[in-house]
Design a protein. Structure first.
Length: 375
C-alpha cells in the first residue's frame, strides 16, 4: 500500500480509537436467510459467480517454469492450468476430447505432453492434440479442432485467474477496481507457496466468507486466542467495486503515535484482508500471506469446500505451525457457521441483521445480489 494511503488510514484509525467507535454505515441492514438456503439462489450463484466470473485457480509460484501445471477440481468445471514452452500461462477444461476422462490429476513439473490415462490421447502444453494411438480408427478427424478446450486465463500480481467458460473476455484490473495496486505492493508474486489444506464444511460458501468481514465477533468467539492482540470491534472497511479491503487493527499501532509520519508503517500493526470478489480472500500478515478460496461443494446449497494456503518469502517448517494456529482460529468460525446453517435450514429465522459496523458484510451480500441480478 502506498505510504500516503497508509498515513491517511493510520490517522483514521487513531481517530476511531480516540472516539471509541469504528467507522460505521448510516444504519443497520438485513439480509434474507434464503440467500443461504435457497437451491435456486445457489444455482444462480454457481452459474454467474463460479462459471462466468474470474476466479483464482492458483498462484504463479506453483508453476514457475515451462511445463509446470496444476489442476483445480473445486470450480464447477475441472480446470488444468499449465505454463507453455514460451512461459505463458494457459488454462483448459481438464477433460479429454476422446471420451471425457479427466486428463490430468494434481500438479507437476516439466511436462511436455499431457497423456490421457484412458487411451493415451496426448496434448501439448498449448492444448494441441498431438497423438492418437492407433489413429486409423479416427480417420477423417480434424485434429486441429480437437485440442483441449481453452479457458480465459490471466496471470496478475502472482495470482492466476481463470473464467471457467470458454470465450469470455477477462480483464482482471477492471474486476479489481483499483485494489490491484494494493495487492501488487504486498509482493505475492515473489512469495512461494508453502502449504494448502482443504476444508469441507456443512455450510453455505457465503457463511465461510462472512466470518472474515466483521471484527465484532473477535472479542467473543476468539477470546482465548487472537482477541487480546486486536482493538475491540475496530476495523477499516473500503469497497473497491465489488471487492473488499478490510483492515483489523492491532493494539501495537499505538507505538506509531510517538514516531514521525514518515516512519509510519501500517503493515506490522494490522491484518489486511481483501476479498477478490466473489470467493478469494487474501490475508496479509506482516511476514506471510494466507489465501482462502471458497466454493460451493457441488450443487448442495448447504455445503462448501475451501482451500487455505500459506504463501511466504522463505520456506520453513514454521509455516506448518502457523497453519495449525490459523486452523485453530478459523475452526471456531466454521464450527459456529455449521450451527448457523442448521438454524437457517430449520426455517427458524427469516432475516439476519448486519450492524452499522458490520457494513463490509452488507457490501459483500449486496455485491452478490447485484452480480446475479437480484438487486
Ligand atoms: S478418454 Fe482420453 S484417450 Fe480416451
Ligand atoms: Fe473469526
Amino acid at each position: 500500500m502506498k505510504h500516503s494511503n497508509q498515513v491517511t488510514l493510520i490517522h483514521q484509525i487513531f481517530g476511531a480509537i480516540d472516539r471509541g467507535t469504528p467507522p460505521m454505515a448510516e444504519r443497520f441492514t438485513r439480509n434474507d436467510t434464503s440467500a443461504y438456503t435457497s437451491p435456486q439462489r445457489a444455482a444462480r450463484e454457481r452459474e454467474v459467480l463460479f462459471r462466468h466470473h474470474p476466479i483464482v485457480a492458483g498462484f504463479s509460484s506453483q508453476i514457475p517454469n515451462p511445463g509446470d501445471y496444476l489442476t483445480e477440481d473445486l470450480a464447477p468445471v475441472p480446470i488444468l492450468v499449465a505454463r507453455n514452452a514460451s512461459g505463458e500461462v494457459r488454462a483448459f477444461v481438464n477433460v479429454c476430447r476422446h471420451r471425457g476422462a479427466k486428463l490430468v490429476a494434481g500438479c507437476g513439473n516439466a511436462a511436455k505432453l499431457f497423456s490421457c490415462p484412458y487411451h493415451a490421447w496426448s496434448y501439448d502444453t498449448d492444448g494441441r492434440l498431438v497423438a492418437i494411438p492407433d489413429d486409423y480408427g479416427f480417420e477423417g478427424l480434424d485434429r486441429a479442432a480437437t485440442g483441449l478446450v481453452a479457458l480465459p486465463v490471466a496471470e496478475k500480481y502472482g495470482l492466476i485467474f481463470v473464467i471457467p467458460t470458454p470465450g469470455e473476455p477477462i480483464d482482471i484490473d477492471a474486476m479489481l477496481a483499483g485494489l490491484g495496486e494494493d495487492i501488487e505492493s504486498y509482493g505475492i508474486g515473489s512469495m512461494a507457496h508453502q502449504e494448502t489444506r482443504v476444508v469441507r464444511r456443512r455450510m453455505n460458501w457465503k457463511l465461510v466468507s462472512d466470518t472474515f468481514w466483521e471484527a465484532y465477533h473477535i472479542k467473543v468467539l476468539h477470546a482465548q486466542n487472537v482477541a487480546p492482540l486486536f482493538f475491540k470491534n475496530l476495523a477499516m472497511f473500503d469497497a473497491f467495486g465489488r471487492n473488499t479491503r478490510y483492515i483489523g487493527v492491532r493494539k501495537s499501532i499505538e507505538k506509531l503515535r510517538d514516531l514521525p509520519e514518515e516512519k509510519w508503517d501500517l503493515i506490522p500493526h494490522t491484518t489486511i484482508l481483501m476479498n477478490l470478489f466473489p470467493n478469494t480472500i487474501l490475508v496479509m500478515q506482516s511476514d506471510h500471506a494466507e489465501v482462502y478460496r471458497i466454493f460451493p461443494a457441488g450443487a448442495h446449497v448447504g455445503e462448501s469446500v475451501a482451500t487455505i494456503s500459506i504463501l511466504a518469502p522463505e520456506p520453513s517448517p514454521k509455516w506448518s505451525r502457523t497453519m495449525d494456529l490459523l486452523h485453530g482460529v478459523v475452526d471456531q468460525d466454521f464450527t459456529l457457521g455449521e450451527g448457523i446453517q442448521h438454524g437457517f435450514e430449520s426455517g427458524a429465522l427469516r432475516k439476519v441483521m448486519y450492524g452499522r459496523y458490520e457494513n463490509a458484510l452488507e457490501h459483500f451480500h449486496r455485491s452478490i445480489r447485484e452480480a446475479i441480478g437480484e438487486a
